[in-house]
Design a protein around this ligand. Structure first.
Ligand SMILES: Cc1ncc(COP(=O)(O)O)c(C=O)c1O
Length: 372
């Protein structure tokens, strides 16, 4: 029996391979490999797709976060409110810039608790930045995010690495903060065949600064106005994304949403809590997280049924070894985040899943016998 994979890149290749090869051929024949016409075209199409004025391609999602924060003039010692439950890159971006991450708890779904965030911001007006994450492909409440940004005058950078296509009441994630950052890591919904990322914004001035920062801080050839990064998106990745992936993204997202709806209707188990978004949110279903009491037992059962699983994320960011000796603050108990770090399991969800595989996942979950 074929295993059900978390991502099936071989099937994806059979779907997109011809388009990818055409893109590669075009770039090869052009003789221009970094920051050229392909990147420019992809940036324009991506911005239009997202509904924002500007997209700037960079080398990774991590770089996108760092460069976005720098574009808002983050200084050493500046404190940035963020979530303890995310990819480590979210916090790494802050730390690499000399900023100080400030963590507060998540809600019961694992996304930053905006009530807790509001209390922290109200109690401490020296916090200058907010770095929320639309985790699992689920949108935070964008109306509340906009209110927090305005009321506390914090620079908001939205981490949209997992949330391309996600919405809150019809509004796309990434459209509230002054800048949004996303990732084209292959497992992402808009995944390249290598690393990549983008910063998105409606602010032309900020976009111009991001363009400078990604390319050694150059304002013109050999004229360096500030210390920047080497974080340029290459032509191959831009061409592949533009030719083979972005044109399929809406259909792929719809397919993910169908899979999620089928799981939601089909999974009924007292020991398995589905972490579904609130009614106002339209998830792009990057991941399908559930919380289970006996995680190892559940994972072993699914493995025996030939079903791969993931954990997002098993260790809270402030508990990571890399944070020992790194300055950070924790506001309040992180009890809900810690609970999920100990109990979350991600089920396979991707556009190439077959109906038979979806049924197998549902049956395997429902048949799980919880150990004593
Ligand atoms: C929420 C989140 N933020 C940031 C990143 C970093 O993106 P990248 O791996 O492209 O640096 C990722 C992806 O790993 C992510 O999931």
């Amino acid at each position: 029996m074929q295993p059900v994979l978390l991502n099936d890149f071989k099937r994806q290749w059979s779907e997109i391979g011809e388009d990818v090869l055409r893109a590669v051929e075009r770039v090869g024949a052009s003789g221009w490999y970094v920051l050229g016409e392909e990147v420019r075209r992809f940036e324009t199409v991506l911005a239009g797709h997202w509904g924002l004025a500007e997209a700037v391609g960079v080398a990774s999602g991590l770089d996108a976060l760092e460069i976005a924060l720098r574009a808002l003039d983050i200084q050493r010692g500046d404190r940035v409110l963020t979530t303890p439950l995310s990819a480590f890159a979210t916090t790494m971006a802050i730390v690499r810039l000399g900023g100080v991450p400030v963590f507060c708890d998540t809600d019961s779904n694992g996304l930053l608790d905006l009530d807790a965030a509001e209390s922290v911001l109200a109690a401490d007006r020296s916090i200058r930045f907010l770095l929320p994450v639309h985790l699992f492909g689920q949108s935070l409440d964008l109306d509340r995010l906009a209110t927090l940004q305005e009321r506390f005058n914090v620079g908001v950078v939205e981490d949209c690495a997992q949330s391309v296509g996600a919405e809150w009441a019809g509004r796309p994630t990434g459209t509230v903060g002054r800048l949004a950052a996303t990732s084209f890591y292959p497992t992402k919904n808009l995944g390249a065949m290598g690393d990549g990322g983008a910063v998105l914004t409606n602010d032309a001035g900020l976009a111009a600064r991001v363009r400078r920062l990604r390319d050694y801080g150059q304002s013109a050839k050999y004229r360096h106005d500030e210390i920047g990064w080497n974080s340029r998106l290459d032509e191959l990745q831009a061409a592949i994304l533009g030719e083979a992936v972005l044109p399929r993204l809406r259909d792929w997202t719809r397919r993910r949403q169908e899979v999620a709806a089928t799981y939601t209707a089909g999974i009924h188990h007292p020991g398995v809590r589905l972490l579904r978004p609130p009614a106002s949110a339209t998830s792009c279903e990057h991941l399908f997280p559930v919380a289970v009491a006996k995680r190892e037992h559940f994972e072993a059962h699914l493995k025996a049924c030939g079903i791969a699983t993931g954990r997002h994320y098993p260790i809270l960011i402030p508990d990571q070894k890399a944070m020992v000796g790194t300055e950070f603050e924790v506001k309040g108990e992180l009890s809900r985040a810690r609970e999920l770090a100990g109990h979350e399991v991600s089920l396979p969800i991707h556009p190439q899943l077959t109906e038979e595989e979806i049924d197998r996942v549902i049956a395997a979950v429902n048949e799980w016998t919880v150990a004593d």
